[in-house]
Design a protein around this ligand. Structure first.
Ligand SMILES: Cc1ncc(COP(=O)(O)O)c(C=O)c1O
Length: 437
């Protein structure tokens, strides 16, 4: 039926499609409200960040840099982005920061555009050893048509075999020595790698997507002072902001800064999601206040969770190194390539515990791996501490060791979680819960 311009009543079928989305979104919020979000790359945003992300900035454009725009109407956003650049430099202790990238992957594509030409050589951690797909031929490295060699891997220490990695760099003489992983338990021995890389004229690129918040919080490693020329990262993992990316550099050279800025815009973004950039700036302000405590509590919780899992009888990797120095814990659930990790992840989801299966050393197939990669950064953010980590490990054991009905365990998961709905480590003015809809 025709009404005022653009206001007629919708047909039942179009409304139903929108309702399907609304129902599924509400259901997803409930899943995480009542369960444990333990995927190591995820987090929840603070009430103030959520407000900004839902603002009118969502629909706006601002190509270029503050003060040098191609569109009118950017004055207020210039204020936001200028403040954000200065805050990112401070929080990450970096002479250069670009906050425009829309994800960690986009930061990596931009960085590789700035640092290498098609056909150039690059060294990185292989995806089988925990490197990210953007470090591989199938991802950004391939997109830039780079010639990839992967470092040998030390399975006991869960880091690049340092002598082998340095020898590879000296032999291959790459343009870029890329380090950092998606499976990231321990700091990379960066000084040795950076020495070898700089000796052959390579730039060192540290992918801190997962551990950016731990780095900024001062409890993982300090790549920009250990020899990394640039550091990329996501703004929504251990750095608990909205989805997006950062590109940072230790260089003081303004010509290099220009190269990095140009690689992001016009290199890999046009509109760069102003609502998320503004959200990142609020998250940077929150991080300045609470980031160090959050990072330290996260690592302490990961260590407590790993020890509790081991005490329950789980095979937790890297025991000789204290299991973990990050937000992640790795567990093995069966033989190599057996798919035991996939089965464990499925059973845990039935109990309201959301994780991801992961390849462990020796696995060769991504869809039938033997392990799980677990992250405690989200449970930490809703106020869980070491005693809750022990309780969470017990719930894992009830599902995976004692083989209790997951539906029964799910009730106890929801009970424990019901005490942890409020987000901490942020400007929590309204005590809003972390799972609104
Ligand atoms: C090491 C690493 N780099 C980059 C990325 C990509 O980040 P994003 O999901 O923000 O694109 C990830 C994702 O988890 C990652 O683990």
């Amino acid at each position: 039926m025709q009404g005022e311009r653009g206001t007629w009543s919708p047909s039942k079928s179009t409304l139903e499609k929108a309702q399907t989305v609304i129902d599924a979104t509400a259901s997803s919020s409930e899943l995480y409200r009542n369960g444990f979000g333990m995927i190591a790359s995820e987090n929840i945003i603070s009430p103030m960040v959520r407000k900004i992300v839902g603002s009118d900035l969502h629909g706006r454009y601002a190509e270029g840099l503050p003060g040098k725009r191609y569109y009118q109407g950017c004055g207020d956003f210039d204020t936001i982005e200028s403040l954000g650049i200065e805050m990112a430099k401070k929080v990450f202790n970096a002479p250069f920061a670009n906050i425009q990238s829309t994800s960690g992957t986009v930061s990596n594509i931009g960085a590789l555009k700035a640092l290498a030409q098609p056909g150039d050589k690059i060294t990185a951690v292989s995806t089988a050893d925990g490197g990210h797909i953007s470090h591989a031929r199938m991802g950004a490295v391939g997109l830039r048509d780079l010639d990839l060699s992967t470092y040998p891997w030390d399975e006991d220490r869960m880091e690049p075999d340092i002598e082998g990695a340095c020898a590879l760099i000296r032999d291959v003489e790459p343009k870029v020595a890329l380090v950092g992983q998606s499976v990231f338990l321990f700091p990379t021995p960066l000084r040795e790698i950076a020495d070898a890389a700089h000796e052959v004229g390579a730039k060192v690129m540290y992918d801190g997507a997962h551990v950016l918040g731990l780095i900024a919080g001062g409890c993982f490693q300090d790549p920009l002072r250990e020899g990394a020329d640039i550091m990329t990262g996501s703004s929504h993992k251990t750095f608990p902001g909205p989805q997006g990316g950062f590109l940072l550099s230790s260089s003081e050279e303004t010509s290099f800064h220009r190269r990095l800025n140009t690689a992001i815009f016009p290199g890999v973004v046009s509109s760069y999601h102003l609502h998320h950039v503004a959200g990142k700036v609020v998250a940077l302000a929150e991080f300045e206040e609470y980031g160090s405590a959050y990072a330290h509590d996260t690592v302490r919780n990961a260590q407590a969770f790993a020890s509790s899992l081991a005490a329950q009888g789980f095979d937790v990797l890297a025991e000789s190194r204290g299991y973990t120095a990050s937000h992640q814990v790795l567990t093995r659930h069966g033989d190599t390539d057996s798919g035991a990790g996939a089965k464990a992840a499925q059973l845990l989801e039935e109990a309201g515990i959301i994780t991801n299966m992961n390849m462990l050393p020796g696995d060769t197939k991504a869809l039938t791996p033997s392990g799980l990669r677990l992250g405690v950064q989200e449970l930490t953010r809703v106020g869980m501490g070491p005693s809750e980590m022990e309780a969470v490990a017990e719930l894992y054991a009830r599902v995976l060791i004692k083989h209790e009905d997951p539906q029964r365990v799910k009730k106890d998961v929801a009970e424990l979680k019901s005490h942890h709905h409020v987000i901490r480590y942020c400007f929590n003015d309204e005590q809003t819960t972390g799972y609104p809809f």
